[in-house]
Design a protein around this ligand. Structure first.
Ligand code: NAP
Length: 284
């Protein structure tokens, strides 16, 4: 598996496993666990979840999926709700996530989106949890340029390891300023909704686009694989596609070494252009 280096020196996989909507239906649990395991068997160690997903049930699905594997071979990411990112609630929320995940520590703990709590308070608590060994590192999610700069300027703000944001070939607003700032900070960008998310109409507009279908066929790839591969052509982006299907998970993990030709990259960039000016950060 290809990796990137975090600011704290640890390595992180460029392709991981998303889990939003897992745990919502008890009848799907077996398939979700099997899909996650197929991803791990295919080389994934990074698994992304959140206390919010299915009210903690997604973390429970992850716990079951990772049971046969060594904890130190995995890289678990969970996210705290902004309403819990304060002195009164953070440690309690973290302990509950750890219990649901059946683990002693998280590899990364992210603030799910901006909180009303002053960011310094949250960062101080993240650092305290690091000192206690409950998390190895922390980061943020859904932070646009200004709040991310505020993190960087805060005490211990240089310990922020990533910003997880919506990014796919059909939604390239982050490329206008945010991604360059993160590149300057040498902070990997963790792309959520890398396959255009779970909304069928948005997905269809990209995955059934004739240029995507034709180019994917030329590379002997599926359209979803092509757009995932497009996301990994830079040296900053990590993608965390979600799939509850073994077949899809295997397809997703198979794109890690796909290199797209320059001419094909420019064709895709013309078909799905990045915006000319700054856009509000898209949030799902
Ligand atoms: P996504 O990964 O872009 O797309 C998931 C959709 O793609 C599912 O409907 C899945 O269906 C389908 N799919 C997966 N692999 C496929 C393949 N090879 N071929 C065809 N279809 C495929 O969307 P997402 O789940 O919204 O985002 C990924 C992860 O990012 C989430 O699961 C979550 O962990 C994280 N996330 C974070 C935030 C945040 O605020 N920080 C927000 C949203 C998501 P099947 O299950 O049937 O394969």
């Amino acid at each position: 598996m290809q990796t990137l280096q975090l600011a704290d020196g640890r390595k992180i996989d460029r392709l991981g496993l998303g889990t939003w909507r897992m745990g919502e239906e008890a009848g799907q649990a077996e398939a979700e666990i099997a899909a996650l395991r197929s991803g791990i068997e295919a080389g994934a160690s990074l698994i992304d979840t959140a206390e919010m997903y299915a009210n903690g049930q997604s973390e429970r699905i992850v716990a079951q999926a990772i049971k046969p594997y060594k904890r130190e071979d995995l890289f678990l990411v969970s996210k705290i709700l902004p309403s819990n990112a304060n002195e009164a609630s953070l440690e309690k929320a973290l302990d509950a996530s750890l219990e649901r995940l059946d683990t002693d520590y998280l590899d990364l703990y992210l603030l799910h989106w901006q909180s009303a709590t002053p960011i310094q308070e949250t960062i101080d608590l993240f650092e305290e949890m690091k000192a206690k060994g409950k998390i190895k590192g922390w980061g943020v999610s859904n932070f646009d340029l200004e709040p991310l700069k505020a993190v960087s300027q805060a005490r211990n703000g240089d310990q922020c390891q990533t910003n997880q944001v919506l990014y796919h070939i059909g939604s390239r607003g982050v490329e206008v300023v945010l991604k360059d700032y993160m590149a300057d900070q040498q902070m990997p960008l963790m792309a959520y909704c890398p396959l255009a998310g779970q909304d069928p109409s948005i997905r269809a507009s990209i995955l059934t686009h004739p240029i995507v279908e034709e180019m994917a066929a030329d590379y002997h790839l599926k359209p979803a694989q092509l757009i995932l591969a497009w996301l990994l052509q830079d040296d900053l982006t990590i993608a965390i596609p979600k799939s509850s299907s073994i077949q899809h998970t295997k397809e997703n993990m198979a794109v890690q070494d796909v290199k797209l030709e320059e001419t094909d990259l420019s064709c895709l960039n013309q078909t799905f252009p990045r915006p000319d000016s700054r856009q509000p950060l898209e949030i799902r």
